[in-house]
Every structure is written in C-alpha cells, then in structure tokens.
Design a protein around this ligand. Structure first.
Ligand code: NAD
Length: 493
C-alpha cells in the first residue's frame, strides 16, 4: 500500500516539497522513524512523503524479498528512499530486502560516516573522524551459493571491473568534494589475487588521477587492526562489500554506539538513507531506542535533495542535545545529565534546540558538496583463449585413486590431467599425506604441449567422465586474457 502524506513543516527555505518514499520498518523502526520525521519537520524539511509498506509482514504475506510491487513503483518514481530498519525472518526462502533494494536500484556506494562526538559522547578515540565507503552490490553478496557434495558448500565472490571503477572513483570524488586529504583501500589481495587483486589494481590506476589526495593500501587484517586502535589515522576508507559491512560496524561502535550510525546508499538512478543498525526487536516498543542513526541518515537525505540548510539545522540541534547531556540508554554515561531519556523525549529535546548550535563540537554548515557519479565505459574486449578446464568432482577416496580413475575415464591423447587440488591445495601429483582432503576435488585438464584446447574437447572430456561414472559437479573454463592467465594456480606448487 502506498499513501501520500504531505509533511507539515515550518517554511524555512523557499523550496518545493521533494517526493520521498518512506518505510517505517519493523521492531524499533516505527518509533525511531516517528521521532525523526518530527525533527526533520521542525527543521523545515520540505518533503512530500509517500509511505510504503515493506518488511516482516510483507515477507510473511508471501513476497520473498519483503517488498511489494506498489513499493517498487514508489521507489522508482521518487528515487529517494528513507528507510527504517526491518526484520528479516529467520529460515530459508527469505531474501535480504536491503541487498535486493541496493542491487535492483544500482545503489553501488554505501557511505558510512564514523565520527567521534567527544566529549558529548564518551569515546576512546576523540579525534576519530572517518568515512567508510563500502562497495554495495558485488563480492560475496551476489548470494550465489551451492551445495556441491556431501561435505562442501560454495559461495561465489564476484568482483567486476566496472564495479571497482565506480566505487573507487566515488571514494576519491567524495574525498575531493568533502575536503578530505587521504583515501585508504583495504583488500585481501595477498590471498585473493584475482578478485581483491582487481579491486587493488583499479585503486592504483584511479589514485594516479588524484595526485592531491594521499592514498594507501592495507591488507584488510592489519588495516582492520589499525582502524580499531588508531582510527584517527584514517579519513576515507574504500572497501569491497563484506569487509566494509563488518568494519563499518566496528568503526561505529568505536564512536560510542551502533545507534549513532547513519548511511546513504547512492546510485545513478536513486538513493536510500538508513541507520546502520537493525530492527533491535529486543528493545522494540519500549521507547528506549536511539533515533540518532536514522536522524543523521535523514540529514544526509536532506543534503542529497538540496535542503542543506535544513540538514545543518538538524545536525546542530542534535549535537547541542548530545552536548547538553541528554542521552538515550545506549550512550548514557559519564557525560550524561540525569537519567537516560526515551526515544520520543530525545526527539522533543532536539526539537526544543532547533536553531541552536553546539558549543564545543564543530558547528555543521549547510553542505554544498556534490559527488559526481562515474559511469564506466566498457573497455575493448581482451583476446580470450581457452587453454583448459577445471572439472570439480565429488569423490570419496585418496588423490592417487582419483587420478587413476580419471586417466582411465578419458581417452583424448591431446589432453593432460595436470593436477588435482583439494580445497585449493595441490594433492596430486606429489601431494603430502598430511593434507586433509574433503570429498570435493578440482581436476585440471589442459592441452598437451603443442596442442590447442577447445570447447569441443571440453565437451568430449565431460562425456567420457560421465560414461565412466565420474560425478562431476561443475566446470570452470581456463582462459588467457591477452595472454595473461585468468585463473589461480593450486597452492603448494
Ligand atoms: P541490531 O542492530 O538490530 O541490534 C544489535 C544490538 O544493538 C542490539 O543489542 C540492539 O538492542 C542494539 N541497538 C540497535 N539499534 C539500536 C538503537 N537505535 N538504539 C539502541 N540500541 C540499539 O542487530 P541484530 O539484532 O543482529 O538484528 C535484528 C534484526 O534486524 C534482524 O532481523 C536483522 O536481519 C535486521 N537487520 C536489519 C537491518 C536493516 O534493515 N538495515 C540491518 C541489520 C540488521
């Protein structure tokens, strides 16, 4: 169901009301959304609200992605989505609504500011002020998973060159537009040389075009350790999806509470604004949740729709409230005055301070930053040469037995069984008996020296394996791209 609710606002800026799709979400969603909309209205936001239904009830009504066609119509029309957290029901068959919305609308950049509010909110790192820019559409979040054998399950990690170019350029353009001096990149390309290797490679290509911005790359494990111990050393960090998802929660918890975390999801065709936390069902309906994350997401939305003055009023009144020691339970501590306030009372306190500015923390100014969105240009295709095939086999036994079985099974003298790996480790020829082997084997076939490999040979090979009763569960073609191998080698070679 979609309903149109004009927001009652005081006219502070001569702007037209901007259509915005709003979802109240589940759990603490309705109470924090209600608080935030009251504050945005008091700040003079000009929003024409279209309320859309999504989340748990919609899932349970039979929509596996938790969103109705009506809601999609609204999102595609307004192109601006202000969303409270939702509950994803446990169990199979329910897809993550967030992932679906981000990917369907092409919201490739997830921007998560992580800033200490010390001394208003206690924080071990008072100078921390960084922004995590997380790739939002790719990586292990493609959700392509398969069970292939009794013992082995697989999740595909997909990284694309256009995806890397868009997010890395967005990070540098964000830094330029917001006056940030440094961009850091975290990957695990010492292990994932092709996928994370591509992300790092694109980072190196793009950084050269922004000589005024300092740039650096960290392996994600030591980068994460530095982020947790000396976060003030970072300004903008760009990461593939999974690392960004995890480390932005770590960074926001360092600022005091996940309840303070806001994020925008930006794409060429629209944007979504939300808190980084979930629906917190354990505290739902108790009027104790902190609305700050969703509120600052709302300020980011006002910046996005050109209502930067209202956004600044929201931020300043909110900072003033925190400085005055009016705190919800999650951030209540030494800097608080009196007892923890509830969600609605916190909103009332912010509204009462509308027009005021913080005394100690920097005053927020209306944002004029515009971050361009890079539209990748498809490169000329590489020369692609098929040189072999990895056949993945379900087999219980020793590597030598599998090798014998395969050699008997195929009878093409131009083909060579080059190696067998188990969980990526070479176990034949010359494997170590200590290596643990599951029932899932990668068997690499390539043309013998002097012969060329082609797809017909691959099909013949599979036919031979099939008629010999070899249980192959998938194949991967081995290609050279402009002469460069597009496949990993077995570890232990
Ligand atoms: P959560 O973020 O809801 O809660 C984690 C912890 O933080 C809990 O202790 C909670 O009480 C606390 N917390 C969260 N927000 C708070 C706030 N505003 N004020 C004070 N305390 C707050 O994470 P979870 O428990 O893992 O997930 C609960 C549900 O939320 C799940 O169904 C999950 O799928 C969903 N979820 C939704 C989103 C989203 O819609 N963007 C994001 C994450 C999780």
């Amino acid at each position: 169901m979609t309903s149109h609710v004009p927001m009652s606002v005081r006219t502070a800026e001569p702007v037209t009301a901007i259509p915005v799709s709003i979802a109240y979400g589940d759990g603490i969603g309705p109470e924090i959304m209600d608080a935030c909309l009251r504050i945005l209205a008091a700040a003079g936001a000009q929003l024409a609200i279209e309320r859309v239904e999504l989340g748990e009830a919609v899932y349970r009504a039979g929509h596996s992605a938790g969103i109705t066609p009506h809601a999609w119509d609204s999102l595609r029309r307004t192109k601006v989505f202000y969303k409270a957290p939702i509950t994803t029901p446990q169990g199979g068959g329910y897809k993550s609504l967030n992932v679906t919305v981000r990917k369907s609308l092409g919201l490739f950049a997830n921007v998560r500011p992580c800033r200490a509010l010390s001394p208003a909110v206690a924080c071990r790192h008072p100078d921390m002020d960084l922004v995590i820019i997380r790739e939002n559409e790719e990586d292990l979040y493609a959700g392509i998973e398969h069970r292939q054998t009794d013992e082995v399950y697989q999740c595909l990690k997909l990284i694309t060159r256009p995806g890397c170019e868009k997010i890395v350029r967005y990070a540098f353009d964000y830094a330029r537009a917001h006056g940030r001096k440094k961009v850091s990149c975290f990957t695990k390309d010492n292990i994932m040389k092709l996928t994370d290797g591509l992300f790092h490679k694109v980072f190196d290509e793009v950084r050269a075009e922004y000589p005024e911005i300092e740039s650096e790359h960290w392996i994600v494990d030591i980068g994460a350790a530095r982020l947790a111990t000396v976060p003030e050393q970072f300004e903008v960090i760009v990461m593939p999806n999974l690392y960004g998802d995890i480390l932005s929660d770590v960074a926001l918890e360092l600022t005091g509470s996940v309840g303070l975390g806001a994020s925008s999801n930006i794409g060429q065709h629209g944007a979504m604004f939300e808190a980084i936390h979930g629906s917190a069902p354990m505290i739902a309906g108790q009027d104790i949740a902190n609305p700050s994350g969703l509120l600052i997401a709302g300020a980011m939305m006002l910046d996005h729709v050109g209502q930067g003055a209202a956004a600044a009023r929201v931020r300043n009144a909110w900072l003033r409230t925190l400085e005055d020691g009016i705190h919800t339970a999650d951030i209540h501590g030494a800097a608080s005055v009196g007892l923890a306030v509830g969600t609605a009372a916190f909103a009332d306190a912010v509204i009462a301070r509308m027009g005021e500015v913080p005394g100690t923390l920097p005053v927020a100014a209306p944002s004029t930053a515009v971050v361009p969105i890079y539209v990748p240009v498809r490169a000329a295709p590489a020369e692609k040469t098929l040189v072999g095939v990895d056949v993945f086999v379900h087999f219980d036994g020793l590597p030598e037995a599998l090798a014998e079985r395969l050699k008997v099974a195929f009878n093409n003298p131009l083909l060579d069984l080059q190696m067998i790996t188990n969980r990526g480790v070479k176990v034949w020829p010359a494997g170590l008996p200590e290596t643990f082997c599951s029932d899932h084997w990668r068997c690499r076939f390539m043309a013998r020296s002097g012969a060329a490999f082609n797809r017909a040979m691959m099909i013949e090979l599979l036919r031979d394996l099939h008629y010999s009763g070899v249980d192959f569960v998938k194949t991967e073609g081995l290609y050279l791209f402009d002469g460069e191998p597009g496949f990993s080698l077995g570890q232990g070679q």
